[in-house]
Design a binder for this molecule. Structure first.
Ligand code: 5GP
Length: 141
Protein backbone atom coordinates (compact mmCIF):
# COMPACT_ATOMS: atom_id res chain seq x y z
CA UNK A 1 0.00 0.00 0.00
CA UNK A 2 1.16 3.57 -0.66
CA UNK A 3 2.87 5.24 2.31
CA UNK A 4 0.99 7.73 4.49
CA UNK A 5 1.38 11.30 3.18
CA UNK A 6 1.73 13.79 6.07
CA UNK A 7 0.69 16.61 3.71
CA UNK A 8 -2.87 15.27 3.26
CA UNK A 9 -5.60 17.76 4.12
CA UNK A 10 -6.72 16.05 7.35
CA UNK A 11 -3.12 15.95 8.63
CA UNK A 12 -3.07 19.72 8.03
CA UNK A 13 -6.36 20.09 9.91
CA UNK A 14 -4.91 18.07 12.82
CA UNK A 15 -1.85 20.36 12.94
CA UNK A 16 -4.09 23.43 12.79
CA UNK A 17 -2.57 24.54 9.47
CA UNK A 18 -5.99 24.85 7.85
CA UNK A 19 -9.23 25.73 9.61
CA UNK A 20 -12.01 23.29 10.47
CA UNK A 21 -15.20 23.34 12.54
CA UNK A 22 -14.17 21.01 15.37
CA UNK A 23 -16.98 19.45 17.38
CA UNK A 24 -15.18 16.98 19.65
CA UNK A 25 -11.73 15.68 20.49
CA UNK A 26 -10.10 13.38 22.98
CA UNK A 27 -6.55 12.09 23.38
CA UNK A 28 -6.71 9.85 20.32
CA UNK A 29 -9.39 11.22 17.97
CA UNK A 30 -10.84 14.39 16.43
CA UNK A 31 -14.30 15.05 14.98
CA UNK A 32 -15.02 17.99 12.67
CA UNK A 33 -17.61 19.07 10.10
CA UNK A 34 -17.35 17.98 6.47
CA UNK A 35 -17.11 21.11 4.29
CA UNK A 36 -19.26 19.49 1.59
CA UNK A 37 -22.04 18.03 3.75
CA UNK A 38 -24.32 15.49 2.13
CA UNK A 39 -26.77 15.95 5.02
CA UNK A 40 -27.10 18.63 7.70
CA UNK A 41 -24.69 17.65 10.48
CA UNK A 42 -22.39 15.55 8.24
CA UNK A 43 -19.15 15.16 10.17
CA UNK A 44 -15.90 13.24 10.02
CA UNK A 45 -14.06 11.31 12.76
CA UNK A 46 -10.31 10.73 12.43
CA UNK A 47 -7.49 9.32 14.55
CA UNK A 48 -4.86 11.83 15.69
CA UNK A 49 -2.09 9.45 14.63
CA UNK A 50 -1.23 8.69 11.00
CA UNK A 51 -2.82 5.91 8.94
CA UNK A 52 -4.32 5.94 5.45
CA UNK A 53 -7.48 3.96 6.12
CA UNK A 54 -8.89 0.83 7.79
CA UNK A 55 -6.44 -1.37 5.88
CA UNK A 56 -3.30 -0.07 7.61
CA UNK A 57 -4.86 1.10 10.91
CA UNK A 58 -3.79 -0.53 14.18
CA UNK A 59 -6.37 -2.21 16.43
CA UNK A 60 -5.85 0.67 18.87
CA UNK A 61 -6.55 3.32 16.21
CA UNK A 62 -9.68 1.48 15.09
CA UNK A 63 -10.93 1.05 18.65
CA UNK A 64 -10.40 4.72 19.49
CA UNK A 65 -12.06 5.94 16.30
CA UNK A 66 -15.07 3.63 16.69
CA UNK A 67 -15.68 4.81 20.25
CA UNK A 68 -15.78 8.39 19.01
CA UNK A 69 -17.96 7.40 16.04
CA UNK A 70 -20.48 5.89 18.46
CA UNK A 71 -20.41 8.98 20.68
CA UNK A 72 -20.87 11.39 17.78
CA UNK A 73 -23.52 9.16 16.20
CA UNK A 74 -25.57 9.54 19.38
CA UNK A 75 -24.82 13.27 19.45
CA UNK A 76 -26.07 13.94 15.89
CA UNK A 77 -29.16 11.84 16.48
CA UNK A 78 -29.97 14.15 19.38
CA UNK A 79 -28.77 17.40 17.80
CA UNK A 80 -30.85 17.01 14.63
CA UNK A 81 -33.74 14.95 16.04
CA UNK A 82 -32.71 12.37 13.44
CA UNK A 83 -34.36 8.99 12.88
CA UNK A 84 -31.11 7.22 12.04
CA UNK A 85 -27.43 7.61 11.27
CA UNK A 86 -25.48 6.51 8.18
CA UNK A 87 -21.78 5.71 8.55
CA UNK A 88 -19.56 5.77 5.44
CA UNK A 89 -15.92 4.80 5.19
CA UNK A 90 -13.84 4.37 2.00
CA UNK A 91 -10.50 2.62 1.47
CA UNK A 92 -8.08 3.60 -1.33
CA UNK A 93 -9.05 5.43 -4.51
CA UNK A 94 -10.75 2.39 -6.04
CA UNK A 95 -12.80 2.11 -2.86
CA UNK A 96 -13.97 5.73 -3.16
CA UNK A 97 -11.42 7.35 -0.83
CA UNK A 98 -10.28 10.89 -1.71
CA UNK A 99 -8.44 11.98 1.44
CA UNK A 100 -5.86 9.49 2.62
CA UNK A 101 -6.07 9.81 6.40
CA UNK A 102 -8.49 7.31 7.98
CA UNK A 103 -11.94 8.84 8.46
CA UNK A 104 -15.50 7.81 9.11
CA UNK A 105 -18.39 9.91 7.80
CA UNK A 106 -21.33 10.35 10.18
CA UNK A 107 -24.57 11.42 8.51
CA UNK A 108 -27.76 12.10 10.47
CA UNK A 109 -30.78 10.78 8.54
CA UNK A 110 -34.50 11.44 8.58
CA UNK A 111 -37.20 9.07 7.34
CA UNK A 112 -37.56 9.39 3.58
CA UNK A 113 -34.67 11.82 3.08
CA UNK A 114 -32.04 11.54 0.35
CA UNK A 115 -28.37 12.43 0.70
CA UNK A 116 -27.36 15.54 -1.23
CA UNK A 117 -24.95 14.96 -4.16
CA UNK A 118 -21.22 15.02 -3.25
CA UNK A 119 -18.97 18.01 -3.89
CA UNK A 120 -21.26 20.89 -2.91
CA UNK A 121 -19.61 23.31 -0.51
CA UNK A 122 -21.82 24.58 2.34
CA UNK A 123 -21.91 28.16 3.64
CA UNK A 124 -19.46 28.60 6.49
CA UNK A 125 -22.07 30.05 8.87
CA UNK A 126 -24.39 27.08 8.24
CA UNK A 127 -21.59 24.63 9.08
CA UNK A 128 -20.71 26.63 12.18
CA UNK A 129 -24.34 26.60 13.33
CA UNK A 130 -24.55 22.83 12.88
CA UNK A 131 -21.22 22.38 14.69
CA UNK A 132 -22.58 24.37 17.64
CA UNK A 133 -25.68 22.13 17.78
CA UNK A 134 -23.46 19.03 17.85
CA UNK A 135 -21.12 20.43 20.52
CA UNK A 136 -24.13 21.14 22.73
CA UNK A 137 -25.49 17.62 22.18
CA UNK A 138 -22.10 16.02 23.00
CA UNK A 139 -21.95 17.99 26.23
CA UNK A 140 -25.35 16.67 27.33
CA UNK A 141 -25.08 13.01 26.25
P1 5GP B 1 -13.59 10.44 1.12
O1 5GP B 1 -12.08 10.39 1.18
O2 5GP B 1 -14.23 9.76 2.28
O3 5GP B 1 -14.14 9.99 -0.20
O4 5GP B 1 -14.05 11.96 1.15
C1 5GP B 1 -13.34 12.96 1.86
C2 5GP B 1 -14.32 13.91 2.50
O5 5GP B 1 -13.58 15.00 3.00
C3 5GP B 1 -15.39 14.50 1.55
O6 5GP B 1 -16.67 14.26 2.10
C4 5GP B 1 -15.06 15.99 1.50
O7 5GP B 1 -16.21 16.79 1.44
C5 5GP B 1 -14.28 16.20 2.78
N1 5GP B 1 -13.28 17.26 2.69
C6 5GP B 1 -12.41 17.45 1.67
N2 5GP B 1 -11.61 18.50 1.92
C7 5GP B 1 -11.98 18.98 3.14
C8 5GP B 1 -11.51 20.06 3.94
O8 5GP B 1 -10.60 20.81 3.60
N3 5GP B 1 -12.13 20.24 5.15
C9 5GP B 1 -13.16 19.43 5.56
N4 5GP B 1 -13.68 19.71 6.75
N5 5GP B 1 -13.62 18.40 4.82
C10 5GP B 1 -13.05 18.18 3.63
Amino acid sequence: MTAYDPENIFAKILRGEIPSARVYEDEHTLAFMDIMPRADGHLLVIPKTPCRNVLDASPEQLAAVMQTVQKLGKAVLKAFSADGVTLQQFNEAAGGQEVFHLHFHILPRHEGDKLRPPGIMAERDVIEAHAAQIREAVATL
